[in-house]
Design a protein around this ligand. Structure first.
Ligand code: ARG
Length: 567
């Protein structure tokens, strides 16, 4: 349970009558799903086991004995729970003052201080189109970066580019046979991808090509000048295009050490695995047998001696530990690679690395497109850039209809269009598949970035309309409506939500928080006037408005989404 002074007070009250250590009590306290049940609850199941008596009976007895205080004026039992109600005025004062003082820092924490988290995300493959298949890893990874940073962690963003492997022998060979420099310059990735596709078509007719391609990859591995120059060119061009998309999304990386970077560690990695007696030859390939863990063998080297994806991931993990001494090393990669990471982590464990347990595969489901929505430049691969541009265009059209006089229309269209795509992706829990539906993605009605952004703009417009400076000295007893109370409780819960999003690697928790906060505020806004002649109530409600605005903006920023002030 996230600590605030109300929870602390409850722990103090409970520990006077219950013989459990404070930390254990703190771990047990929960927020009841229905507000009417109370603000916090202490379940008596643990005590029931210990005392061998029914939990309902224990709850009843304890609640009779516990003494109410100023912060916690009501204590009563419901079934197996002891329930607590907090002093609303005090809570409002506490939360609103805190947000006022902390501003954009509200929700931040020091839990991560001195700890490093490495996040491997996005990691597209060079010479291939940057497709929508890489959207999830890209935005989930970036959101986790922002969330962990908020909690004080030192976060390292790594783009483990797919820039090595036998396929580059094919691309080099194809380029040498059919390539054209001018075309390459004009549209590098498409050109390379076409060459790659063509290679496979031709190789079906002429299997000798496969051998030739292997020779080219061998050359590349042996640092042949020509092979390396071509490969570097392909890599640079690809990277330029990837970076264009990253700029649109506002995403940066600390390292682009991709697969090729680990070449120099291949020999020593394989030596290490051999020296631990883990490697064996099977069907001419070098493998680690993982049968006793119910896993297929981890392939280290193929017949032709070329090293593999897994070998490079093993080397990369070791390198990352030696370089960053991470507290956690995350891999934001689709669930299709579950087995791969199980194998890699198992080999690391067998190598005796204590930190193998700190490597986490943050997996996620597929993204599907509901409408066949757009022409794509590249066969059936939907380009990420096209999706973003399409979304910006739709946002532009909506703005043109709703608010044609808006200043900075173009900028806002970008913030809304891109935000919409990011939110649509993140709002779905990782393990679920996404049905990408443009109507929902760009809806202003709820569960979307435009809805939350629009709420933010509405809050900003109230602040502009009020026009006076916001003060933190207010009479909190003026908050009397159920809507105000709900919104204040949500605000106070923000720091805890950030933490649980981090603990479960689930940016979706922030999305649902923002949906709840927006809809609760909008309910309040529809029912009650905020700026009235009553100065005392107006200044209190404006402080509340400010607090919500700050929190919405800060929540969006944890997802990598901008919060325009006008829409
Ligand atoms: N390049 C891979 C792909 O696009 C993802 C790499 C993920 N990271 C890793 N360390 N294996 O499927």
């Amino acid at each position: 349970m996230g600590m605030n002074k109300f929870v602390e007070e409850i722990i103090k009250i409970v520990s006077k009558e219950v013989s459990l250590p404070a930390e254990e009590i703190s771990g047990l306290i929960e927020v009841p799903p229905d507000q009417r049940l109370g603000d916090y609850a202490f379940p008596c199941f643990t005590l029931s086991k210990k005392l061998r008596r029914p939990p309902n009976q224990i709850a009843k007895e304890i609640s009779a004995r516990l003494k109410a205080t100023e912060l916690i004026p009501e204590i009563y039992s419901i079934g197996p729970y002891v329930n607590f109600k907090v002093n609303r005025g005090k809570l409002a004062e506490f939360v609103l003052t805190k947000i006022f003082d902390q501003g954009d820092d509200y929700g931040s924490d020091k839990v991560g201080e001195g700890k490093t988290i490495v996040i491997d995300f996005s990691s597209p493959n060079i010479a291939k189109p940057f497709g929508v298949g890489h959207l999830r890893t890209t935005v989930i990874g970036n959101a986790l970066y922002l969330i962990f940073k908020k909690l004080g962690f030192n976060v390292v963003r790594i783009n483990h580019l797919g820039d090595w492997g036998t396929q580059f022998g094919k691309v080099i060979l194809a380029y040498k046979m059919w390539g054209d420099e001018k075309e390459l310059l004009k549209d590098p990735i498409s050109t390379l991808y076409d060459l790659y596709v063509r290679f496979h078509q031709e190789a079906e007719k002429d299997p000798k090509l496969e051998d030739e391609a292997r020779v080219w990859f061998k050359k590349l591995e042996e640092q042949d000048k020509e092979a390396e120059a071509l490969w570097r060119k392909f890599r640079d061009f690809s990277l330029q295009e990837f970076k264009r998309v990253y700029r649109m999304l506002g995403i940066e990386f600390d390292s682009y050490a991709g697969e090729s970077f680990y070449n120099k560690f291949m020999d020593q990695t394989i030596e290490k695995i051999k020296s631990k007696g883990l490697a064996q030859v099977s069907q001419d390939a070098l493998i680690v047998n993982l049968e006793r863990f119910d896993l297929p063998p981890c392939l280290l080297k193929k017949k032709d001696e070329a090293t593999l994806y897994a070998t490079r991931d093993i080397a990369a993990a070791i390198y990352r530990y030696n370089t960053y001494h991470f507290y956690k090393s995350l891999y934001v990669v689709g669930s299709a690679q579950k087995l791969h990471f199980q194998q890699v982590f198992k080999v690391l464990e067998l190598l005796g690395y204590r930190w193998a347990k700190d490597c986490v595969h943050v997996d996620f489901g597929w993204i599907k497109f509901k409408q066949k929505m757009m022409s794509t430049r590249k066969g059936n691969i939907i380009l990420l850039e096209d999706v973003l541009n399409r979304s910006i265009q739709l946002a532009r059209e909506i703005i043109e209809k709703k608010n044609p006089d808006l200043e900075d229309k173009e900028e806002v269209a970008k913030e809304v269009g891109i935000g919409a795509v990011i939110f649509a992706d993140l709002a779905t829990r990782r393990n679920k598949d996404i049905d990408f539906d443009w109507d929902q993605v760009l809806s202003f009605e709820g569960e979307s970035a435009p809805y939350v952004q629009y709420t933010h703009a509405r809050l900003c417009s109230l602040l502009r309309k009020y026009g006076k400076p916001i003060g933190k000295k207010i009479n909190c007893n003026v908050f009397s409506t159920e809507e105000e109370w709900s919104v204040i409780k949500l605000l106070q819960d923000f720091p805890r939500r950030v933490k649980s999003a981090a603990e479960s690697y689930e940016p979706a928790f922030i999305c649902s928080f923002l949906n709840d906060l927006s809809s609760t505020f909008n309910r309040f806004y529809q029912k009650h006037r905020i700026i009235t002649r009553d100065a005392e109530s107006t200044s209190a409600r404006m402080l509340l408005v400010k607090a919500i605005q700050v929190t919405v903006k800060s929540g969006l920023s944890l997802l990598g989404i901008r919060a325009p002030e006008r829409m």
